[in-house]
Design a protein around this ligand. Sequence first.
Ligand code: ADQ
Length: 464
Amino acid sequence: MPRLIGISNRTAAGGSKAGGLAVALWEALAESGGLWFGWSGEVTKTAPRGVELFEEDGVEFAVTDLTEAEHQGFYLGYSNRSLWPVMHYRVDLANFDESEFAIYAEVNRRFAKLIRPRLQRDDVVWVHDYHFMLLGRDLRELGWDGRMGYFLHIPFPPPEIFKSLPDHARLVRGLAAFDVIGFQTTNDRRNFEKYILEEMGAKALGDCRYEVQGRAITIKAYPIGIDADEFARLSVGDAAQVAQSRIKPFLGNRKLILGVDRMDYSKGIPQRFEAMGRLLDHDRDLHGKIAYTQIAPPSRTKVEEYADLRGELDELSGRINGDYGDLDWIPIRYLARSYPRDYLAGLYRIASLCLVTPLHDGMNLVAKEFVAAQDPANPGVLLLSQFAGAAEQLSGGALLVNPHDLSGMADAMREALRMALPERRRRWEAMNKVVNEQDITWWRESFIADLSPDRPLGSSASPA
Ligand code: ADQ
């Protein structure tokens, strides 16, 4: 088995190995005696030029600090104020700043230079996410000609949106240095395909292979999964029961409606609150019968748009609770903090309805975690945005909604709350099958198989 080199902005070192990607990469890296490269999470005033090397549970880590200027320009700036909004179709929120792109490019190059001397013949490099679109090309320019794959965790928008990034061509030329480029959905893959065909004169070779700038590369959708068995187990574990017993006094006999998101404008939380307001406005009989708990820990608080969202949610939940609440009932309980996975699993399990309504989302793992944590005898309903990557796989069981259609969402909530057990079971079984079959191990193995030595690689492109 070749050694795997994982590269992602944050590694799972020193913290929880619980997240889906963390588990998947950890297992693959441990099995192959691999190396995980990334940002240490530290920001320094003076220039950090080297890497810190250490080993944890069979995985080697190489991490480097970011300077304050890099943290501003690369991480908060270009990654999260240019790429993130544009990739989530929010050109209106994007900030285009040449100097931030220059720092982004420099950090990619600096990482490549730190990684290159550690690569050995036959290693397989696997780069993750939007922070490192240029890193593959940098490694090639530094002489690396081994196998190299890239997985984008967030959406890839249609070319006319992507092209609003002034440096779009350079970003895609960066991606074209990889041998395999993975997307979450066929929709993202198609958007990227359209871009390279129209903008780069690429040629389709069939079987998900394309000739781009003289190299043959594989471009394919690999929808990320979760460790479904683990989630099912956690949902009946001790911590799950503690979480359930803590929420029960507030719940009483009411039906639990649950939302779990990072506090991010892409997740559509204000629209969800508004839809709940509509439901309560039209369906007085539901007053006092349902309890909506929204868990949303603040993230990227140094980015202005995220701070604005916090204010908007405070205001909206306050207004809805003021309008519809009563002495013994608060319609929306909004908790701006995070909970451990085993706690979340317990809450998912007793929820009658889970609201996953992002305006755009690469995949959305909460949707899959909710499914895996259900009681097969009495499963809850998943209300899922048609713009979440997960909708491609879960359309057979979820109630799909347009997150901009507030009345449509309120109607779907009503339908879910009234849904009879046989239909809930049928829908859940359809989703649970996919969540279990296309789990995190399936995802990782599918991707790595396409990078394996017996597959044709970029360097073998025929100049047809
Ligand atoms: P995220 O945008 O972070 O990830 P998501 O996939 O929903 O979105 O969540 C990742 C993990 O964070 C899940 O395991 C979830 O349980 C946890 N989480 C979310 N909200 C939480 C909360 N309030 N408290 C505690 N834990 C919480 C990006 C992309 C997604 C893509 C993933 C993986 O934006 O579209 O699914 O990467 O590829």
